[in-house]
Design a protein around this ligand. Structure first.
Ligand code: 3PG
Length: 215
């Protein structure tokens, strides 16, 4: 069932409002996916972005989609084929580092709510023109960080952003306190070693701290 960009952004907003942080996950071993999702969800982070950067990613989304209380999504969507594969794996939302017409058209056609990326005023305006009022700001720190986003709030108050890329426990608050930030994305809540070792207690603790960040 197809959706409009406005509907996609409304759904993206609902997902972003579930918690201050969306974990950005690189899953190497799909057999770890359910355990990882469970730890993050128990810690208070239900929306999960599994990046399509590993051969295991789609199986990881399939596994996470079955975990109660979670909202499994797919990140690093670059092509219409990625969109279709993510949707078929059960992703409830999609994230892309930037945006192309082909990518957005495919997502709307298959009904995958997108959080498309922008890193300049013109890119944000082009997405807004299409109806996307919730956008990813990527790569957040490298593209100007919280001061840049703060500067967009006055001329573009109708856009809310999910900054991702270089967001950490040290700087998350500087983003989350901005009026035009709806949530932030970050990989720190799922350190590679902890995932490989199945150290779900550590990940749950990191998630709990992230979920408690004020916004
Ligand atoms: C990424 O590209 O992997 C995401 O933006 C997450 O970035 P981070 O590892 O800096 O949180």
């Amino acid at each position: 069932m197809s959706i409009t960009p406005t509907q996609a952004s409304a759904e993206a907003a609902r997902i972003c409002e579930a918690a201050p942080i969306v974990p950005v996950l690189v899953v190497e071993d799909a057999s770890r996916a359910a355990g990882l999702a469970g730890a993050l969800i128990r810690g208070g982070l239900p929306a999960l972005e599994v990046t399509l950067r590993t051969p295991a990613a789609l199986d990881a989304i399939r596994a996470m989609a079955e975990v109660p209380g979670g909202i499994a999504g797919a990140g690093t969507l670059l092509t219409p084929e990625d969109v279709i594969a993510a949707k078929q794996a059960g992703a409830k939302f999609g994230v892309s580092p930037g945006a192309t017409d082909k990518l957005l058209d495919a997502a709307n056609e298959v009904g995958l709510p997108m959080l498309p990326g922008a890193s300049t005023a013109s890119e944000a305006m082009a997405l807004l023109e299409r109806g996307y009022h919730v956008q990813k700001f990527f790569p957040a720190e490298a593209a100007g960080g919280a001061p840049f986003l703060k500067s967009l709030a006055s001329p573009l108050p109708q856009i809310r952003f999910c900054p991702t890329g270089g967001v950490s426990p040290d700087n998350a608050q500087s983003y989350l306190s901005l009026p035009n930030v709806i949530c932030a994305g970050g990989s720190w809540v799922a350190p590679k070693d902890a995932v490989a070792q199945g150290d779900w207690d550590q990940i749950e603790t990191l998630a709990r701290a992230a979920a408690a960040l004020p916004r």
